[in-house]
Design a protein around this ligand. Sequence first.
Ligand code: NAD
Length: 486
Amino acid sequence: MAVSATGAPAVCRFHAGGAWRASSAREHVDVYNPATGVVIARVPLCTRAEVDQAVEAAHAAFLEWRKVPPLVRARYLFRYRDLLERHKDELARLITTEHGKTLEDAHGSVQRGLEVVEFACGIPTLLMGETLEQVSHGVDCHTIRQPIGVAVGITPFNFPAMVPLWMLPLAIACGNTFVFKPSEKMPLTATRLVELLHETGLPAGVVSLVHGTAPQVEQLIDHPLVRAVSIVGSSAAAAGVYARAAARGKRVQALGGAKNHLVVMPDADLDQAVPAIVGSAFGSAGERCMAGSVVVAVAPAGDALVERLRARAAALAMAPGDAPGAELGPLVTAAHRDRVAQYLTVGADEGATLVLDGRTRAEGPGFFLGASIFDRARPDMRIAREEIFGPVLTVIRVESLAAALAVVNQSALGNAASIFTRDGGAARTFTTEVEAGMIGVNVGVPVPMAMFPFAGWKGSFFGDLHATGKDGVRFYTEQKVITTRY
Ligand code: NAD
């Protein structure tokens, strides 16, 4: 826990030009332990001079870092991978402290981030180009991939280690330098990630860390030395960043919000589907872009399914994330808990049936809210359309797979979607026709592994090249084609 000499919550530092620095910012944001409601740190909203300092140092570092052989760049990442492995418990505890999710969820998220570092260790192979001899008489042709320059990464509160690690390892492995602007709600894990990175001996300026909110992000996007921008956040923030960065000719990938559907066919194995759906909807207290938010039950699956979901969700152990056996931790802030709880009123007013009301288990002084389930919702209701980002699951009942697909595909968002069935034909129809980026078959949370691209469709993603996998390498490089005759 960050505490200053006076006993007050410590103010986080920023990192620029290879050194940790105290910000001279006048404005700060409080950081909470959501399980206790206590302020544990304060984040400075970095000044314009501090943001410029980080970008200029990143650009100066880029001029040398780009010349470092990919094999040597990879060795820093091998060392980083070992450090992350050794500090996994510490990082998971930090995540639980500032985010609230259970230690098990926190561990899993560090592991998934670490796997991107492992993927980036293969950069010498990933960067290789293509060659064709004799494209004409005595003429050969080959491609090379070169780094772009200073890349910026803007990350959300819900995965304080994993999402930055979607970006940072590939950005620097490709020869770019990276300015990291973490969520203002989660500075502690971000700080530790950057501290550990510098224990690898990484040259000064290759990775910097600045704090702030929208004004600092806008300054980063507008800075002429910034060439690429990645953001993961709500669709409103992602769309705004995409438009601003694209208008300035920057490369941009902008991953937005989600409203993920889980279709349950009548032949689904409920012993498998129910735990998968409850884990998907209520894991990390529903604060996941891959969370299942709407179950579409195809008749006659409805009654048995809803009863089993209700019983299992009601039994989830709600407790601070570091308590033994905890399954449902608190929400990130009091304001967010209240916003999520408000949807329970909205859904009931819209006419859905609240079969499990998490408000009966809301506890303080932490930001706890129990699991909630609505049954017999309609697709046009707000609870079925809007991202709630909390432990609320909405069930819509339909008569056929075609009707289920129509419900899923009318969503404005398309991050992920899953089907539960034993029928290969139904699964194939679903995976072919569904309009979303990441699809599961009998999988509640279909998160692609590091070697695959990660992003949604429609209002869940703005850009072309997704995060991680070969798309990640393409995003962080420019391609050149060289035609040669001697
Ligand atoms: P958020 O949009 O409030 O903030 C995300 C980041 O953007 C933060 O660093 C924040 O400081 C910055 N930001 C906020 N408003 C901005 C603006 N107007 N202009 C520029 N920058 C701005 O999101 P959050 O509440 O931290 O995170 C939760 C959201 O992130 C959810 O919508 C969730 O679905 C989404 N998310 C998406 C993915 C994905 O892969 N698509 C992954 C994780 C989270």
